[in-house]
Design a protein around this ligand. Structure first.
Ligand code: SF4
Ligand code: SF4
Length: 89
């Protein structure tokens, strides 16, 4: 299980969630080279411990646990994971 960042982050991307994550699995941060290039932030599903701390930080309710991803945003699960798969290459 993991939490995922969904469509509302696009255009908001304020990084409020980054600071509260105890396992540093939300990227890119403002300090990273690809921050400007990416349209949103992503959660690493292999690292997220499902603590839920990031949920209340988000001003646009973009973060949900896996079992609350709405059907029309299912593709954001792959979009989050793909960001980290790309980083490993
Ligand atoms: S649920 Fe917890 S571990 Fe997962 S991204 Fe949010 S703050 Fe980080
Ligand atoms: S707090 Fe919400 S809008 Fe801001 S970067 Fe995190 S997921 Fe995106």
């Amino acid at each position: 299980m993991s939490h995922y960042i969904l469509e509302p982050c696009i255009g908001t991307k304020d990084t409020a969630c980054v600071a509260v994550c105890p396992v540093d699995c939300i990227h890119p941060t403002k300090e990273e080279d690809d921050f400007e290039r990416e349209e949103m932030l992503y959660i690493d599903p292999d690292t997220c411990i499902d603590c839920g701390l990031c949920i209340d930080e988000c001003p646009v309710q973009a973060i949900v646990p896996e079992d609350e991803v709405p059907p029309d945003q299912e593709h954001f699960k792959e979009k989050n994971a793909a960001y980290y798969a790309k980083k490993q290459n």
